[in-house]
Each structure stands twice: as C-alpha cells, then as structure tokens.
Design a protein around this ligand. Structure first.
Ligand SMILES: C[S@@+](CC[C@H](N)C(=O)[O-])C[C@H]1O[C@@H](n2cnc3c(N)ncnc32)[C@H](O)[C@@H]1O
Length: 447
C-alpha cells in the first residue's frame, strides 16, 4: 500500500494481494481455510471477525475499482443494463423454491429436468435462468444442466422445509430475512422502480414511485395493512428480521439503561415486532417498555413476544400498543423515545411531523434516539481509505441501494448527520451526539 500515487492499478492489486494474505493468515491461525465458493455458507465466528471484515471490505472495494478501471466502458453499459435481471432471476429462484429443492437434493445436485418437475416451470427457462446466475457465481453448474448450491446460492434458502412450505405457503418467508428481501426486491421494489424516472422528473404527481406503480394514494405501510396484502406485510416483517442480527451493544450503548431508574419508560416508536426492545429488555429488565406500531405489526409483535418472552407482556414490563406516529405521542415524559430505521422511510416533511408529534410529550430529561445508517458524501475524506480507494469504501454501496429503495417506496431518504441535525432542529430537538456503528445512534435532547 506504499505504491506511488501515479500507479493506481498497481496500488489496487497490492491492496488485493496484501489483504488476501491477511484473510488467509487469519484463517490459518484458527486452523481453518478461507471458505470455498463451492461449499454452502456455514457461518463461523471468523466470518464476523473485525479483521476479516476489514480485509474483505478492502478487497471488495479494490476489486470493484479495478474492474471499473480496466473494463471497457461499452461493456460497463452492457452489464449495467442487465442489472435488473439479477433481481428477477434471484426473485424467481426464491419464488419457486429452487434453493430448498437443491438443498434437499444434496451435494450431487439436480438436472434441470428434475427441477422442472419439482417446480412446474419449463426446463428450458430454468436452465437459462440458472446459467445466468451460475456465471455470476450464484449456484454451480457441475455438469451440463446439472446445478448444485454454492456459498452464495445457499443464502437464498428459506428457514422451512419444502414440506412445510407446501403445508403453509403464506408462512414460507417467516424467519428467512434474505429470501424475504429478495421477494420484496423482485416485487414491490422492482415494480416501484418502474415509476422512478417519471417521479424524479415530476415529483408533484404522486407521494412516491410506489404510489404510481400500485395506483394507490396509501403509503406502502397503509397498503400492507389492507386486507388482501397480509402476505406482503408478513414478508416485510420477515425481511426486517435482518436487523435482529445486529449486536445489542448498538442499542444498549446509546440508551445507557444503567443510568436510568427502575420503571423509567423507553418508547419504541414504529417498533415493528419490538425486536430492538427485546434486546434492551434483556439488558435492562427493570425498565418499562412500550412498543408502538400499526395494527398488523402489533399483531405480529404479540406473536413474537408470546414465543420469545410472554412473561414480559404478562407483567406489563413490555407493552404493545397500536399508535399512529402521525398523531400526538400518548406516553408522556419517557426517559427515551427511539425510532429504529423509521425516519429514513419518510420525506423531510413527514419526518418533521413524526418527530414534532413526539416533542410535546417529552419531559426536560427525555432523550430522542434515532438508529439509522448515516450517509456521507463520497468526497468526505477518511484517513482509513488507502490510495486510490474512494473514501467511504466500506458500506456506501449498500447504503446507496437503500437510499434509492427508500425513495422508490416512500420518497424517503438516507441522510447525513447534518441533515438529521436540521430535521431535529425543525421539530424541537437538538442533536447532541452521533455514536457511529453499523447503525449509528443519533441522540437528541429537547430544545
Ligand atoms: C422499517 S420498519 C422498522 C421497524 C422496527 N423499528 C425495527 O427496527 O425492526 C418501519 C416501521 O414503521 C411502522 N410504521 C409505518 N407507518 C407508521 C405509522 N403511521 N405509525 C406507526 N408506525 C408506523 C411500520 O409498520 C414498520 O414496522
């Protein structure tokens, strides 16, 4: 990484080779080898080791930049044009249960004719779709038209067996956040994106691209509450479970329950099933918690708490309440009101309404905490980015996908900390601190 600044190609290759050595030596020190692309994903603690994550991020950033540098711009356009097919081919695989069928078939894999009879989809279409994915390293073609799982494709597998999926198709995405996200990607996200260009050119014509694509004036959340869309609501709940993987310290370190009195109240506004509250209640069982959300989500929350900690509901230590956050906050003087990945769903105007509705309920010592990914300008410099990588090389790729998805669904937005501070000021809250992390905690006090 000491390559002179005039030789970006060499610098990129050096990053790749030095960081690959870091990966290999970290695995060797743990008497294992870096996992092969050919074997299904079996998460070990090493996958989440900070050194492994840092090395991986650098390799991905350097390899991506190397491709962008050496690729013919004409090929770049051709491959960008096809990006939509990643979405639909993955969505199809998940929809027709190919990952579960291949998992149950074992390591020898299946011929597309067998897959065709198991899925009811014509084998010639199947082989083309699988080849599209296999050339992109998702599934492996082991002999002509015979496919098996590999590391990437194995992640598409749902949490239920084929038998369970057949018995209760509506529950098929439960506890499978990756498959659920891909289902949303190939339905609501894809459909909404068809209206994105028209919306951006004339945003006055609808609240968001979603409303244009689905011909509704309701927000996506209201639309999911409608009868007939219960399955989509259930898939959304399953997709949101990806946040359950977050380490609890993200939440506990900003709430600092040890500094609060027993029975001080924490309000989880737009809390979904209350999985963040679940982590907090585990850490600070003496505090009181109120999870607020719309009808369907509170119904899902009841089920979640029944299974996970029925006692907390019985004793009233955790309460689940239907509350529309566009109406005044009913819980007065709570120690903390928090919203986890909620504000990014809304336009500035709506976000101000949500935060302003909490402000009158706050006491002098109440805090408002927002958990969000915080956007940064690509030009902002970070000492940690080696030449010639972009400064925010680690998470910006995903954050910008989320940003456009939020725009498509709700005219929502991933914001910088300055934008959050401004939103706060305009709704009666002063941003005091930003604790950075996978999700940052933005801590406000009443103005
Ligand atoms: C992105 S999810 C986040 C859920 C939860 N905070 C979490 O981290 O898992 C946004 C949540 O806002 C809820 N929501 C949307 N509109 C709402 C409203 N008007 N009032 C209350 N909750 C609402 C949705 O039902 C959904 O559960």
């Amino acid at each position: 990484m000491t390559t002179k600044q005039s030789d970006p190609l060499k610098a990129l290759v050096d990053i790749i080779s030095s960081q690959t050595a870091v990966l290999q030596s970290t695995y060797a020190q743990n008497n294992s080898e870096f996992p092969s692309l050919n074997t299904p994903f079996q998460p070990t603690a090493l996958e989440f080791d900070p050194n492994v994550t840092a090395a991986r991020n650098l390799i991905i950033a350097a390899a991506t930049q190397l491709i962008a540098t050496v690729q013919s711009p004409i090929e770049f356009v051709a491959s960008s044009m096809g990006g939509v097919y990643d979405t639909v081919t993955l969505g199809l695989m998940v929809d027709i249960n190919v990952p579960e069928i291949l998992k149950e078939a074992g390591t020898q894999g299946l011929h597309v004719d067998q897959l065709a009879s198991a899925t009811g989809v014509d084998s010639s279409y199947l082989s083309r779709v699988l080849r599209y994915l296999a050339i992109r390293h998702v599934f492996k073609e082991v002999s002509p038209d015979v496919f098996t799982h590999n590391r990437l494709s194995s992640m598409l597998t749902k949490a239920k067996s084929l038998k369970e999926i057949k018995e209760d198709p509506n529950a098929r995405f439960d506890n499978a956040p990756i498959a659920a996200s891909l289902h949303m990607g190939s339905t609501q996200i894809l459909n909404s994106s068809t209206a994105l260009i028209s919306f951006i050119k004339n945003p006055k014509q609808a609240s968001a691209p979603f409303n244009m694509a689905y011909k509704t004036s309701q927000t996506m959340f209201e639309w999911m509450e409608k009868s007939g869309n219960g399955f989509e609501a259930r898939v959304f709940t399953a997709a949101m479970k990806v946040n359950d993987e977050n380490p609890p310290e993200i939440y506990t370190s900003s709430i600092q329950g040890n500094t609060l009195k027993p029975n001080d109240t924490i309000v989880d506004v737009g809390g979904g099933r209350g999985s963040v509250t679940f982590a907090l209640h585990k850490a600070y069982p003496k505090l009181r918690y109120v999870v607020q959300d719309l009808d369907q989500q509170i119904a899902a929350a009841k089920k979640f708490w029944d299974e996970k900690d029925a006692e907390a509901i019985k004793t009233g230590q955790v309460q689940l309440r239907v509350h529309d956050f566009f109406t005044p906050q009913p819980i007065k003087d709570a120690a903390v009101y928090f919203l986890c990945v909620v504000i990014h769903d809304w336009s500035d105007e709506d976000a101000r309404k949500i935060l302003s509705n909490i402000r009158p309920a706050a006491g002098a010592h109440s805090k408002l905490v927002l958990y969000e990914m915080v956007a940064e300008h690509i030009t902002e410099s970070h000492a940690s980015a080696p030449y010639p990588l972009l400064p925010d090389y680690a998470g910006a790729g995903f954050l910008t996908i989320l940003d456009i998805a939020m725009l498509s669904f709700y005219n929502g937005k991933e914001r910088t900390s300055e934008e959050y501070a401004k939103l706060g000021r305009e709704s009666g809250w002063q941003l005091e601190e930003v604790k950075p992390g996978k999700l940052s905690a933005l801590i406000f006090t009443p103005i």
